[in-house]
Design a protein around this ligand. Structure first.
Ligand code: 7TS
Length: 409
């Protein structure tokens, strides 16, 4: 087990081989962490070990390799259960990621909603927490309503309360906005939804790299996330669901692993979590997800949050000194994401010049077009920081933006 007694960014950076590479002849500065985080060697080692030593299909072989792989996969589920403080191990469904998890729930609710029902989505959502619900509404005739936001990028709680009624069956909101970094008041929102009998799905894709959610304390019905944003591999993520809800929902995909008995007349389904895990899963990814959780826990989520907040304040202050630079998303509660534009310059042009300097940022609408429409902009430049970034890298970003501005104006 790792032991990081004191938060030491130089020591942490040694865990990330990719941070040693150059891009366009310059040391890589990676500020696209909200899209995907980098992978520490502890996680890479587990992936290499899996394919080198015990690659086998799980839950079905009596042979040693299959048993070893099954044990490690199920141990990973236990680690994830503990991390999110789920009451039961079988409430953790391993999926291919946030998008898969949301679609699984949206599909399940097709059987539970009707024309009089309403579902609420926040104005701050990623497309993957909008489109599956629109598809659900098309299938069921239910109505999708939007919880509005203010100029700072905060949800308007009085409007949320006004939208809630006995018709509201589901509320879906992200814990943290990927485009603006806003931390939403989800505990309060869950409580209010439950008062009218609505279930709540929290999209934790952007929160899990920064905080450790306690699903029981939150009393949330569904919580979803992707491993690749929290130091794990792509193609694996989780759906936490309360046991009673998961029992109520039908399976999403049919196939091997999710059945109890199959005949041509009738098939009965397996219990949780297997009912929702058809086919051969991402075995190596699941095991490595467990290691990523171990890794971040060893660094410490409190230490991560404190350090990243320091980076956020430092970068906000420095960037705002650049004339013509505007930050979108100025919520009081905010994580280490800065979306900005420079007057008169297209975000894409700045992003391209920064890349020439080895600095990776994301430009565009960040799969959150309604937010861009709200601000009447085509997109932003987004710098998103992780616990392995440094103030020196932020200085380089600020200098890079200044240079780009000079070149383009
Ligand atoms: N929800 C939120 C809030 C996200 O930020 C993302 C990905 C997703 C859902 C989808 O996650 P996936 O792992 O299933 O793809 N966000 C981003 C981003 O901000 N830039 O690239 C991907």
């Amino acid at each position: 087990m790792l032991n990081y007694n004191k938060f030491d960014v130089d020591k942490i950076r040694e865990d990330f081989p990719i941070l040693n590479r150059e891009v366009n002849g310059k040391p890589l500065i990676y500020f696209d962490n909200a899209a995907t985080s980098q992978t520490p060697k502890q996680v890479i080692d587990v992936i290499v070990d899996y394919y080198s030593n015990y690659n086998a299909n799980i839950h079905r072989g009596v042979h040693t390799l299959s048993q070893e792989a099954t044990d490690l996969y199920e141990q990973a589920r236990l680690k994830i259960q503990k991390h999110f403080n789920a009451k039961f191990n079988h409430e953790i469904i391993l999926t291919s990621g946030t998008t898969h998890s949301i679609n699984l729930i949206a599909n399940g609710f097709s059987t539970l909603l009707g024309e009089k029902d309403e579902v609420l989505v926040s104005a701050l959502e990623h497309h993957s927490n909008i489109v599956p619900w629109q598809m659900l509404c098309e299938r069921t005739g239910a109505t999708l309503k939007v919880i509005p936001m203010n100029e700072n990028g905060e949800l308007i709680m009085s409007a949320y309360e006004a939208l809630l009624s006995e018709h509201t069956k589901l509320v879906f909101v992200n814990h943290i906005s990927n485009a603006l970094g806003t931390i939403n008041p989800i505990a309060e929102m869950i409580k209010k939804a439950h008062q009218v009998g609505a279930a709540v799905l929290i999209d934790g894709a952007q929160s899990c790299p920064h905080v450790q959610p306690d699903v029981q304390a939150l009393d949330v019905d569904f919580y979803v996330a992707s491993a690749h944003k929290m130091c794990g591999p792509t193609g694996i993520g989780l759906l936490y669901g309360k046991e009673e809800w998961l029992n109520k929902l039908p399976p999403y995909q049919g196939g091997g692993e999710m059945i109890d008995e199959v005949t041509f007349e009738k098939t009965t389904y397996a219990g949780l979590p297997h009912k929702f895990e058809a086919g051969t899963p991402n075995i190596c990814g699941g095991i490595a997800f467990g290691t990523a959780v171990d890794y971040m826990t060893a660094i410490g989520f409190d230490a991560i949050a404190t350090y990243e907040h320091e980076l956020l304040e430092y970068a906000t202050d420095k960037l705002l000194q650049i004339e013509g630079l505007k930050i979108y998303g100025t919520a009081k509660e905010k994580t280490s994401v800065i979306s900005f534009n420079i007057e008169g310059i297209h975000p894409y042009d700045i992003g391209t010049i920064l890349d020439k300097m080895g600095i990776a940022v994301r430009t565009g609408h960040h799969c959150a077009q309604p937010i861009m429409d709200f601000y009447k902009i085509p997109g932003t430049i987004r710098a998103s920081f992780a616990f392995y970034n440094t103030k020196a890298e932020i200085d380089a970003l600020v200098e890079g933006v200044k240079k780009a501005k000079m070149m383009l104006l």
